[in-house]
Design a protein around this ligand. Structure first.
Ligand SMILES: [Zn+2]
Length: 343
């Protein structure tokens, strides 16, 4: 969650939703998964509870024109004509987007785009951040050496230490290139042991990814399918050019082979520090029409189409309609960032 995202959330509490009609600019918003109930908020960090999600969806339906991604060109050209336009998106490809979210959005006739990380659809392998958090919370207390991490990872049962350890572990992993980070995650699973990992995977079914049959089922129901890299990892400065090329090109190849045309990309993590100059250029050169970050802002014709803003819908946030009109306040920061990554 970016600081500016939290700031917008705070401001939104004080602004009436009807303001959207007067002050709005087109924007893109996203969620991850939806599940009936959060059993363990330490691990299930990505899923809205069904009731909250339904309330958000109703509010978006009431206050905005939620449009299919096909309308992006026209909206970007004439943002003033589309002050209520909103693009709704979901990232990663969790199975519960089919079993829960799709029905709610279909009932309300809200179009949406699903960005899938194709390695995880191919293999059902869990999101590496989830696996790292699993390690930090469930490994026996101790100090562990992991591949490619200089410092030993210490987990202890004192107070909130495991939460601190989880955040530290994810932060140090994100400094590694994809293949090195993957080796470190494999090392964590080895320490936990296959039986313990299998038990934990069964406990946290919210983290299940869709199969290709299920992605096709969503596409048949009108969901636009986009790419979210192949492995769910930042496309940052730590990555080699060949890794970036693979992460841009392979998901498109896989989606086009399994589902159909794939025109849009969303960067995993997607914040400042998660997307390098080479990354967005590689995504552009891979033939996508547009790509989305997770920086706050409204859609504006001055923007780099491969670094577009997107706002993450908060897990407890049911007043999104009040703060979406404020997103344009993030544009100057976003444009500065785009400039810093200019060719
Ligand atoms: Zn993601």
């Amino acid at each position: 969650m970016s600081l500016s995202g939290n700031l917008f959330r705070e401001l939104g509490k004080h602004i009436p939703a009807g303001l959207a009609r007067f002050a709005g600019r087109p924007a893109a918003v996203y969620f991850h998964g939806v599940q009936a109930r959060t059993d363990d908020a330490r691990l299930q960090t990505n899923h809205h509870e069904t009731d909250v999600f339904r309330a958000i969806a109703h509010s978006l339906k009431t206050h905005f024109d939620v449009l299919p991604l096909d309308a992006l060109d026209d909206v970007m050209k004439h943002p003033e004509r589309h002050s209520r336009a909103l693009f709704l998106m979901s990232d990663d490809g969790y199975a519960n987007t089919l079993t829960v979210a799709a029905d709610i959005l279909e009932e309300l006739s809200l179009p949406w785009t699903l960005f899938v990380s194709t390695h995880h659809i191919d293999t059902r392998e869990r999101n590496p951040v989830f696996l790292a958090r699993l390690f930090a919370f469930f490994a026996a207390a101790g100090a562990y050496r992991l591949p490619n991490l200089k410092e030993p990872v210490v987990v202890s049962d004192n107070g909130g230490f495991r939460e601190v350890a989880a955040n530290r572990l994810v932060a140090s992993l994100k400094k590694l290139n994809g293949p090195e980070a993957r080796q470190a995650v494999v090392g964590m699973l080895k320490i936990l042991g296959p039986e313990h990992v299998a038990e934990l995977i069964m406990r946290f079914r919210s983290e299940d990814f869709l199969t290709w049959d299920q992605v096709r089922a969503l596409a048949t129901r009108g969901v636009t399918i986009g790419a979210h890299a192949h492995w769910h990892w930042p496309l940052n400065e730590a990555q080699s050019e060949s890794y970036l090329r693979q992460q841009a090109e392979l998901p498109r190849v896989r989606i086009e082979a399994e589902v159909g045309p794939c025109r849009a990309f969303a960067y995993p993590f997607g914040n400042v520090g998660d997307v390098s100059r080479t990354a967005w250029q590689t995504v552009r050169d891979a033939g996508y029409d547009c790509a989305f970050t997770t920086l706050s802002g409204s859609l504006d014709p001055r923007m780099n189409r491969f670094l577009l803003p997107r706002y993450g819908l908060g897990l407890k946030e049911t007043r999104s309609a009040s703060l979406i009109p404020l997103l344009r306040a993030g544009n100057s920061r976003l444009l500065d960032w785009q400039k810093s990554l200019a060719a």
